[in-house]
Design a protein around this ligand. Structure first.
Ligand code: SF4
Length: 244
């Protein structure tokens, strides 16, 4: 019951956040559900997901993408290691001008070990092609390298454990621009708590690399009305990588 209520709250808040709302009414939950959720303390969260394996400080000093992949493929730093089929490290051009960052592997990615496959992946390919990028020219990865069960939202301790891989991927590739698909990649890289609805529409700065946030292709499949905004964001990205 406690887990169900928590998941319901997460899904509800996420949907409201994607719509750009900062205030919500939790009318689908009872007062005791909300009390139950609030009772889950940071100490409990840390106990659920002890970070171990290679320390984050060591990950951010690994010297090549291949070595980083090798470490990630055996990573035990959070409890997603217990349920994954594959670590989805990332793929594409190691000298890409654009790094595309999604949230986390879904069922198809977990099964194949590849990022952005399935329906959302096909839509991603179309969006990239329409903006003039071939899939093989960019580098594709996610904030989390292992699938959260049931496609639930990443938990803070999972993002904390896994983000050193993403930060090092970006450092090693040194792209001209980053395309952040959805709330979690933009929030993780920018250290922001804003919704994707508020962050998109402008270019942000990630340690000197321009970062364009936009809606995730999976969200576009659910909300086709966001296609126009996404297209505008991709045009914004294009201007950043076109020769001056
Ligand atoms: S999600 Fe990231 S930190 Fe957690 S086990 Fe997988 S690779 Fe390691």
């Amino acid at each position: 019951m406690r887990g169900d209520a928590r998941e319901l709250l997460r899904v509800h808040l996420r949907q409201r956040a994607e719509l750009g709302e900062t205030e919500v009414f939790l009318d689908a939950l009872t007062a005791s559900d909300v009390r139950d959720l609030a009772a889950r303390t940071p100490v409990e969260r840390r106990a659920e997901a002890p970070a171990h394996g290679v320390p984050g400080n060591d990950i951010v000093q690994i010297g090549s993408l291949d070595s980083l992949r090798e470490v990630a493929l055996g990573c035990p730093r959070c409890r997603l290691a217990e349920s994954r089929q594959h670590v989805v490290f990332g793929e594409g051009n190691p000298q890409a001008e654009v790094v595309v960052v999604g949230e986390a592997p879904g069922a198809d990615e977990d099964r194949t070990g590849r990022p952005f496959v399935g329906r959302a992946g096909k839509l991603l390919d179309l969006l990239l092609a329409a903006a003039g990028y071939a899939r093989a020219d960019v580098y594709l990865c996610n904030v989390l390298k292992c699938r959260p069960p049931g496609n639930r939202d990443p938990r803070p301790e999972e993002v904390e454990a896994c983000s050193p891989y993403l930060l090092r991927q970006v450092e090693l590739i040194r792209p001209r621009a980053i395309l952040a698909f959805g709330t979690f990649p933009a929030q993780t890289l920018l250290g922001s708590k804003e919704s994707i609805g508020r962050m998109r529409g402008r270019v942000h700065d990630y340690h000197g690399v321009p970062l364009v946030p936009t809606y995730h292709p999976a969200a576009l499949l659910r909300n086709p009305a966001w296609t126009r905004s996404t297209w505008e964001d991709l045009q914004r990205l294009r201007t950043l990588t076109d020769p001056a």
